[in-house]
Unconditional design. Structure first.
Length: 334
C-alpha cells in the first residue's frame, strides 16, 4: 500500500472515512481549521496532563489470577484505549497479525491499529476467549475486519497454521507484531523448573522465530515486523533471570533481522516497555506481594497503562517511520 499522498487533504478525508466514524470526524474537524484546544478536547490520550497522575498510582489492591489471566478481572481494569485512543488513518488498508492481542499491550495495539484503519487478526490462548471477544467487537466497531485465531504458540505447527489463517482471512499481511509473552518470577535459578524455563524460551524466543519465518513469504516491501522486548533486556531484575534473557534475545531479533531484511524493504523494530499494568504481572510475573507497589520505582511513580504504549506500535508499523529499522522504541516511565 502506497500512502505517499497522505498529505493530500482530499485523500486524507477519504481515508478518514474508511477508518470509521470517529476517525472521519477527526479529519473533518482538521479540515474545518479546529483550534488546537478543540482538537485536543476530542483526543483524551493527547490531552496535556501530568504523567504522574494521569492514571492510577500505587498502592494497588493485592491480586493474583491463574495463568494466563484476564484483563477484565484486574482491579483497576487496564486502559487499552477503549475510550481514549483516536485514530487518524495512519494504517489505512493495512493487514496486521498481533500475538497476545486479547489483553494488555497487544490489545492496545489491536485497538489502535483498527482505529488507524487496519484489519487485524489476533492470536491468544483459548482460556482468554472472553478478553478476545471484546477486542474483536472493538475492531469491528472501528469498521475494520477482525480475525480471532486462538491457539498455543509453543507449538510450531500451530504457529505456521496461525500465519496461514491470518493471511487467508486478511487477504495478505503487512504488519506482524510478535507480542505474546510468558513471565514467571522466581527468587533463584534453583526455583525455576525445567518446564517453566522451556515455556519461557518457547513462547518468547521460538514462537517469534516460527511465526516470522512463516510470515515472511507473504510480506512485501514496506511491510513492518515488530517484537515486544522489555526494559529488562538492559537492566534485568534478580527475580526474572530466564525472562530477561529472552527479552535481550528479542532486541537482537530486531537488530539482526533488520539487517537481513533491509534489502527486501521490510523493517524490523522492537518496542521496549517498562512496567505496564497487564495480566502478565498478576499471574506470577511478579511476586503477589509486590503488586501493590508495581511501577512505583519509575520516574513517574506508577505503571504505564497499555494505551500509553500503543502510539509506539502505530509509529513502528506506519510508513511515517520508514527510515527506522533495527531500532528499539521505549516507553519505560523513565
Ligand atoms: P498480557 O498477559 O496481557 O499479554 C501476554 C499475552 O501472551 C497473553 O494475553 C496471551 O494471549 C499470550 N500468550 C502467552 N503464552 C502464550 C502461548 N503459549 N500461546 C499463545 N499466546 C500466549 O501481558 P502484556 O504485559 O501485555 O504482555 C505483552 C508483551 O509485553 C510480552 O511480550 C511481555 O513480555 C511484554 N512486556 C510486558 C511488560 C509489562 O510490564 N506488562 C513489560 C515489558 C515487556
Ligand atoms: Mg491475555
Amino acid at each position: 500500500m502506497n500512502d505517499d499522498n497522505l498529505h493530500d487533504p482530499q485523500r486524507r478525508m477519504v481515508l478518514g472515512g474508511m477508518a470509521g466514524g470517529v476517525a472521519a470526524a477527526g479529519f473533518a474537524g482538521a479540515a474545518q481549521a479546529q483550534t488546537p484546544e478543540e482538537a485536543a478536547a476530542g483526543t483524551p490520550l493527547a490531552e496535556m496532563r501530568d504523567p504522574q497522575t494521569a492514571y492510577p498510582q500505587p498502592p494497588f489492591e493485592e491480586q493474583r489470577q491463574e495463568w494466563p489471566g484476564l484483563a477484565s478481572e484486574m482491579t483497576p481494569v487496564p486502559d487499552h484505549g477503549e475510550e481514549s485512543y483516536r485514530g487518524s488513518g495512519r494504517l489505512a488498508g493495512r493487514r496486521a497479525l498481533i500475538t497476545g492481542g486479547d489483553s494488555g499491550i497487544g490489545r492496545a495495539a489491536a485497538i489502535a491499529y483498527a482505529r488507524e484503519g487496519a484489519d487485524v487478526a489476533i492470536n491468544y490462548l483459548p482460556e482468554e476467549e472472553q478478553d478476545a471477544k471484546q477486542v474483536v467487537a472493538l475492531i469491528e466497531e472501528a469498521g475494520r475486519t477482525a480475525v480471532a485465531i486462538p491457539g498455543d504458540i509453543t507449538d510450531p505447527a500451530f504457529c505456521r497454521e496461525l500465519v496461514e489463517r491470518a493471511v487467508e482471512e486478511l487477504g495478505g499481511l503487512d504488519i506482524l507484531v510478535n507480542n505474546a509473552g510468558f513471565q514467571q518470577s522466581a527468587a533463584s535459578i534453583e526455583d525455576i523448573s525445567d518446564e517453566n524455563f522451556d515455556a519461557t524460551m518457547k513462547t518468547n524466543i521460538y514462537a517469534p522465530f516460527w511465526i516470522t519465518k512463516a510470515a515472511l513469504p507473504h510480506m512485501e516491501a514496506g511491510a513492518s515486523i515488530i517484537i515486544t522486548a522489555s526494559v529488562v533486556a538492559e537492566d534485568p531484575p534478580e527475580n526474572l533471570f530466564d525472562y530477561s534473557q529472552t527479552k535481550a534475545a528479542n532486541v537482537i531479533f530486531a537488530k539482526a533481522l533488520a539487517k537481513q531484511l533491509g534489502s527486501r524493504g521490510i523493517r524490523v523494530n522492537a518496542v521496549a516497555p517498562g512496567p505496564f499494568w497487564t495480566p502478565l504481572q498478576v499471574v506470577g510475573g511478579q511476586p503477589t506481594e509486590a503488586i501493590p507497589e508495581f511501577g512505583s520505582d519509575t520516574v513517574f511513580g506508577r505503571p504505564g497503562q497499555p494505551v500509553e504504549i500503543a502510539p509506539l506500535y502505530v509509529l513502528a508499523a506506519s510508513a511515517e517511520s520508514r527510515y527506522s529499522t533495527g531500532q528499539v522504541f521505549e516507553a519505560t516511565g523513565g
